[in-house]
Design a protein around this ligand. Structure first.
Ligand SMILES: [Zn+2]
Ligand SMILES: [Zn+2]
Length: 171
């Protein structure tokens, strides 16, 4: 995913569009499985000596609901917009804000991997109100209630309950 920046650096153009399929994302994320490459689509523009990288990364992946373990298929698109600068042209330590162009090449790998790490959800849910599985019998509670006792009584509350029952008996 290397973009040859020569046309911008030599002033021949102020715009370099690019399209890539990033194949190696699967090695980075163990908890999801990508259905195919991450599709990258973007452009590098130059205006008054400032270079700007903008791109969209689209990805489809298969994972499971963190609560009910149902298989999920998700498609997401992320946007990235970052300044680019030629290596050695920056002052100070704030180089993290820039994508660095080295030997007239802008390598998209680092910014794209960074974007995926930031934007891919660490857990997915089939829906925000997923009921999950019963911790006792494992039934999918989205399909209906099971017959398990739903409330575990805290032992301290158990004492209180007995106390209240005894009080009732005395009345
Ligand atoms: Zn679920
Ligand atoms: Zn149950």
């Amino acid at each position: 995913m290397r973009v040859d920046m020569t046309p911008i650096l030599t002033g021949k153009t102020d715009k370099i569009p690019f399209v890539f399929d990033y194949e190696d994302a699967a090695e980075l994320f163990s908890e999801v499985s990508f259905d195919g490459p991450v599709h990258i689509d973007g452009v590098i523009t130059e205006r008054s000596g400032c270079m700007l990288l903008t791109l969209k990364a689209s990805v489809s992946y298969t994972t499971e609901c963190a609560r009910c373990l149902k298989e999920l298929h998700r498609s997401l698109t992320f946007d990235l917009s970052k300044n680019a600068a030629v290596s050695g042209s920056l002052e100070g330590d704030d180089n993290d804000d820039y994508v660095i162009v080295e030997n007239s090449v802008l390598d998209l790998r680092d910014p794209v991997e960074e974007l995926l790490f930031l934007e891919l959800p660490s857990r997915d849910l089939c829906s925000d109100d997923c009921q999950g599985l019963c911790p006792k019998c494992g039934k999918d509670l989205n399909e209906g209630k099971c017959n398990c006792e739903t409330k575990e009584i805290d032992p301290r509350l158990e004492v209180l309950k007995k106390f209240l029952q005894n009080n009732d008996d005395n009345n």
